[in-house]
Design a protein around this ligand. Structure first.
Ligand SMILES: [Zn+2]
Ligand SMILES: [Zn+2]
Length: 276
C-alpha cells in the first residue's frame, strides 16, 4: 500500500482562502489523482501557521500575516466532508514546545507532521525570511544549527512524522553548500531521531525544488533506517497534479535501501504496511 500523507489542499500563496480550497470537490480531485497513481492512503497536513490558533505558539511576522483560518473548522471539514486522514504540518519552534503541545492536544489528528522550516527567526525555505541573507554566515554553521534543531524536533515527541528531513539543501547550488561528506551534519540529528523512533518522511518535493533531489539524501535515510526508524512516504503536493508525483524515484531508492514497509497512522497510532 502506498501513502501520501503530506498533502496541502491549497498553495502557500496569499489569497488561497479556506472557503475556496477546503471543499469536498477539491479533496475529491486529490483522491482522483491518487487513484491514478495507485496511492490508497491519503492524508492532508495543512500548515499550522495558517490558523489563528498558531499565534498562541509563535508570533513570527510570516505567521502573523498568514494566521487567518480556524483550526477546528479545518479538522471538522476533513472529518466530515472528505475521506482523507486528518493531519497537520506543525513547525518545530525551539522554546515553544509546551505551547505547540497545547495546540496539538485535544484535537483528534491521525498524524502530526513535524517540520523545521526556521533556524531562529529565519527560514531555510522562504526567500521572504531568508536565513541566507546573513552573508557572513558560513554554510557549515547554518547546516550545523539546522540539523541540531531537527534532532531537537524529533526528540520533542510532538510529532509522528519528521518532514523533509534535509530541507536545508532546497536551494541547491543557488546558496552556499558545505563541502565534503555531509554525514557530519546528519549525525547531529541522529541521537534525537534514534531516541524518538519517529517515522522519517521520504518526500518527492525536493525534486520540484532547485536542488532537484529527494528528501532525505540516501546516506541520511540509511542512518535513520540503521537507527530503526520507519519511513513515511509523501509528495508534499500543494495542487492535485503533484499527488504522488515522482514516486517511482522514491520507490526505487526505498527498494535499493531494503525498505519494504511504510508507516500508516490512525488517531496517532502507527502501524507498518507492506509497500506491495
Ligand atoms: Zn514543510
Ligand atoms: Zn508541506
Amino acid at each position: 500500500m502506498l501513502t501520501d500523507y503530506h498533502l496541502h489542499l491549497r498553495p502557500d500563496d496569499p489569497g488561497t482562502d479556506a472557503a475556496t480550497y477546503f471543499t469536498a470537490a477539491n479533496a475529491e480531485c486529490y483522491r482522483t489523482a491518487a487513484d491514478k497513481r495507485g496511492i490508497a492512503e491519503l492524508g492532508c497536513a495543512e500548515h499550522v501557521y495558517r490558523f489563528a490558533q498558531a499565534l498562541e505558539v509563535w508570533r513570527h511576522p510570516l505567521w502573523r500575516e498568514s494566521a487567518v483560518d480556524d483550526i477546528d473548522a479545518y479538522a471538522g471539514f476533513v472529518r466530515e466532508q472528505t475521506d482523507l486522514k486528518l493531519g497537520i504540518e506543525a513547525d518545530f519552534v525551539a522554546g515553544r514546545e509546551d505551547q505547540m503541545a497545547t495546540l496539538l492536544a485535544g484535537r483528534d489528528w491521525d498524524f502530526v507532521v513535524g517540520s523545521v522550516h526556521f533556524v531562529g527567526e529565519h527560514a531555510v525555505d522562504h526567500d521572504g525570511y531568508e536565513v541566507y541573507d546573513h552573508r557572513s554566515q558560513r554554510p557549515d554553521e547554518l547546516w550545523r544549527r539546522y540539523f541540531e534543531t531537527l534532532g531537537e524536533a524529533a526528540r520533542s515527541g510532538l510529532f509522528d512524522i519528521l518532514a523533509h528531513p534535509d530541507l536545508v539543501k532546497l536551494w541547491g547550488g543557488r546558496r552556499p553548500v558545505p563541502e565534503g561528506d555531509l554525514c557530519r551534519f546528519y549525525d547531529l540529528a541522529m541521537d534525537g531521531i534514534a531516541e524518538s523512533q519517529i517515522a522519517v518522511e521520504v518526500s518527492t518535493a525536493g525534486l520540484r525544488k532547485p536542488v532537484g533531489e529527494l528528501y532525505p539524501a540516501p546516506a541520511f535515510l540509511q542512518m535513520c533506517l540503521a537507527a530503526g526508524c520507519p519511513v513515511a512516504l509523501s509528495s508534499d503536493a500543494h495542487v492535485p497534479g503533484d499527488v504522488g508525483r515522482d514516486y517511482e524515484k522514491a520507490l526505487e531508492m526505498l527498494e535499493r535501501l531494503g525498505v519494504g514497509e511504510l508507516a500508516v497512522f490512525e488517531r496517532r497510532v502507527r502501524r507498518l504496511e507492506s509497500i506491495g
